[in-house]
Design a protein around this ligand. Structure first.
Ligand code: MOS
Length: 726
């Protein structure tokens, strides 16, 4: 039986606050954690399937032209080689929409360097790799095509354009103003686990063991690419070794494995190697952002302008939504915003770690820092003065917003009051600076389903195709079901990552926990009602704890209530009117102390603090970990992270973890996180909002603002490598 719930009105019942078990919110460990660190969790490439053979993908050596495999026959005869496949379905555009889509082009025509255009399959991986390296790929009739954002054709994104009041007028009349241009480079998601798929067919039914974030969408994408019905496709993905957006949509290996397995009648395993992950999955677009801020003598904003340019491949619709938080973060009656998309023959741009805000809020926060110095007030105070009462464009209320508290509490915890003036503090050869920035990220609830079964032995099972990409889904769904059903955490079995299970929202856009958690909550409520019926009591008078039901001065073991029966309910949540009725977002503040070497310009982050508010915290440990991860990526974005393209052909130059510098332990100092609890009735019946990506949205600006405080140098082109600082 399905319990459907549409989020059409605020969900004001705070039942998770009163649950006797007290699991929700507790900092419980991830139940799959031990499996992962002991090597017993099976990742996509680790399945051993009877008769399995191996495929290695082959890349285009240039960014335009018809693909010709000139020695295909010879390669096909190499030892162990079973097939050399060049198929137009390899990279076809899936019609089913997700945030990310596979590149639109087929395999016959290259549109970017590194595009995966063929697959070589052999008995062993080594034979396949050897043959793939021997395959000669040439591009016929290729011309030079634009790879440089400065010279590419540009398309305005009309739906992102805003012109409210008169920004030019506000700028010219302003007592203080800032008009600055910043750039951020392309980023790569860089998950530890490369994209990998094992495809096996039984007749017309395909099973794909893979590593993806949003299985119900991935299933549709795969079916579309193969031109078969989604019912024929099963995807299994119980453990995901990081995705960071690059596994929201299908990567090329999934379709290639499926096509090869079908042709050969044998299971085919395809893993992208590290270079291919960098060259052929997703990049975050580079951005060029102009910020115009107009303020009065007190620093109160009269104008707010944000114009951005991003890029993508021709035909792709995704445009990094850089302006997303600019619409609701700060006041300013005169507002102007625009986004334009440059068409570049570089690999496909898509969602990477908080698309939009990660780079958009960062640059807004740099501009706000510049304004604070213009006005001559404390940067925290500047933010406090510009927190709008209502959404400055839609004039809607905010669903919940402990933004002010995050700024104030974060400043207190960090010791912001002791901040030095510009270039004022020194520690030996190191220049010391403090910086801060705000955090903001949109919140969304997505359709999601889960089945919860209370079993006759007094344990429960939660089943959904939701994924856990290292974020804590296994833990959180068990906590919610445990509390709702009065079961200790270890009496709840959470089964995820299989499209044979009810379709969930998937892990993306920070909506995973609140959406899938709500579907579990709804199913559990229905089970509670059925238990109450059996006991002839009002469900609200039923207390469930330690696998016992207590009501009207009686207590009974759940096993006795069930009497050999099981109760199974399907919870189904749909976003409804509350998503549009109010402005829903999460907020926070970062504070950083940096040391910049006076001679070399090397920057070390000495400490960093974040205070965040994201509704109800479902698990204090996993939520904190998400924030730590976000701030860590913020350090990378500020100081080192940059996907570098050869300006002649768009070749990704630093295509591995050795040269694409995301922070390692030695780069990350003590980070502290404060979580400010909220109850957001508009967001979900859990009163939870998404916290997954909040910790990166603006984090880099706290560091670059601290570099300014230390050195007096504004680095407006990210990352702030030492050559730019000194
Ligand atoms: Mo996220 S970039 O939606 O995985």
């Amino acid at each position: 039986m399905t319990e459907q719930f549409k989020m059409d009105a605020p969900a004001t019942e705070r039942r998770l606050d009163d649950m006797a078990q007290g699991l929700v919110g507790a900092p419980l460990d991830r139940p799959e954690g031990a499996l992962k660190v002991t090597g017993t969790a099976t990742y996509a490439n680790e399945w051993q399937i009877e008769g399995m053979v191996h495929g290695v993908m082959v890349r285009a050596p240039g960014n335009s032209g018809r693909v010709v495999l000139s020695n295909r026959e010879a390669v096909a005869k190499m030892p162990g080689v079973l097939s050399v496949i060049q198929d137009d379905r390899l990279l076809r555009n899936p019609a089913q929409g997700t945030a990310n889509k596979a590149p639109v082009q087929g395999a016959q025509h290259a549109t970017y360097l590194g595009q995966l255009i063929a697959i070589v399959v052999a008995e062993s991986f080594e034979q396949a790799r050897h043959a793939a390296q021997a395959l000669k790929v040439t591009l016929e009739n290729g011309e030079m095509v634009p790879v440089d954002p400065a010279t590419a054709a540009v398309e305005p994104q009309e739906d992102q354009t805003l012109d409210q009041g008169n920004l030019d007028g506000a700028m010219s009349e302003a007592k203080h103003s800032v008009d600055v241009v910043y750039t951020t480079p392309s980023h790569s998601s860089s998950p530890m686990e490369p994209h990998a798929s094992i495809a096996s067919w039984e007749g017309e039914d395909l099973t794909l063991r893979a590593s993806y974030q949003m299985l119900k969408y991935n299933r549709n994408e795969l079916a579309d690419s193969l031109r078969i019905h989604p019912d024929r496709v099963r995807i299994i993905s119980p453990y995901v070794g990081g995705g960071f957006g690059s596994k929201l949509g299908l990567a090329p290996e999934a379709v290639a494995a499926a096509i090869a397995a079908k042709e050969l009648g044998r299971p085919v395993s395809v893993a992208l190697h590290r270079q291919q992950v960098y060259e052929a999955t997703m990049r975050r677009s580079e951005t060029r952002q102009r910020l115009r801020l107009a303020a009065d003598s007190d620093g109160r904003l009269s104008g707010f302008g944000h114009d951005a340019r991003v890029s993508n491949l021709p035909g792709e619709t995704f445009a990094e939504p850089v302006l997303q938080a600019s619409h609701f973060l700060y006041a300013g009656a005169n507002r102007k915003m625009s986004l334009e998309l440059a068409r570049l023959h570089r690999l496909c741009a898509g969602s990477v770690r908080a698309p939009g805000e990660a780079v958009g809020v960062t640059v807004v926060e740099n501009a706000m820092d510049e304004l604070a110095h213009e006005v001559g007030i404390d940067p925290v105070e500047l933010r406090l003065r510009n927190i709008p009462e209502k959404d400055p464009e839609s004039v809607k209320d905010y669903s919940s917003r402990r933004f002010r508290e995050a700024l104030q509490s974060g400043a207190e915890i960090f010791g912001w009051a002791k901040r030095p003036g510009v270039k004022e503090r020194r520690d030996g050869e190191w220049l010391i600076g403090y910086g801060m920035a705000s955090a903001a990220r949109i919140n969304a609830l997505m359709e999601s389903q889960a089945r919860v079964t209370l079993l006759p032995d007094g344990t429960a099972r939660v089943e959904t195709d939701m994924t856990d990409i290292g974020t804590g889904t296994y833990a959180i769904l068990g906590q919610i079901a445990g509390d709702m059903l009065g079961l200790p955490r270890d009496k709840v079995d959470v089964i995820l990552g299989d499209t044979n299970l009810p379709p969930a929202a998937g892990s993306g856009g920070s909506w995973g926990a609140s959406s899938s958690g709500t579907s579990v909550y709804i199913a559990c409520e229905a089970i509670r009602r059925q238990l109450a019926d059996r006991l002839d009591v009002n469900e609200h008078d039923l207390m469930l704890k330690d696998a016992r039901a207590t009501y009207a001065n009686q207590t009974k073991a759940l096993t006795d209530v069930l009497q050999g029966d099981e109760i199974a309910k399907l919870g189904h949540v749909l976003p409804g009117e509350t998503s549009d009725a109010v402005r829903q977002a999460t907020f926070g503040a970062y504070f950083a102390e940096v040391a910049v070497h006076a001679a070399s310009g090397e920057t070390r982050v000495r400490r960093m603090h974040g205070s965040f508010a994201a509704g109800r915290i479902l698990n204090a440990k996993t939520a904190r970990s998400q924030c730590l991860g976000g701030m860590t990526f913020g350090i990378g974005m500020a100081l080192t992270e940059e996907l570098t393209f050869d300006p002649r052909d768009g070749h990704v130059v630093n295509h591995n973890l050795a040269e694409y510098h995301i922070p390692v332990n030695a780069d990350v100092p003590q980070l502290t996180v404060e979580l400010l609890e909220e109850r957001d009735d508009w967001a979900s019946p859990l009163q939870a909002k998404g916290i997954g990506e909040l910790g990166i949205c603006g984090a880099a600006a706290a560091i670059t603002n601290a570099i300014y405080n230390a050195t007096g140098v504004r680095v407006r082109n990210y990352p702030a490598t030492l050559d730019k600082v000194i």
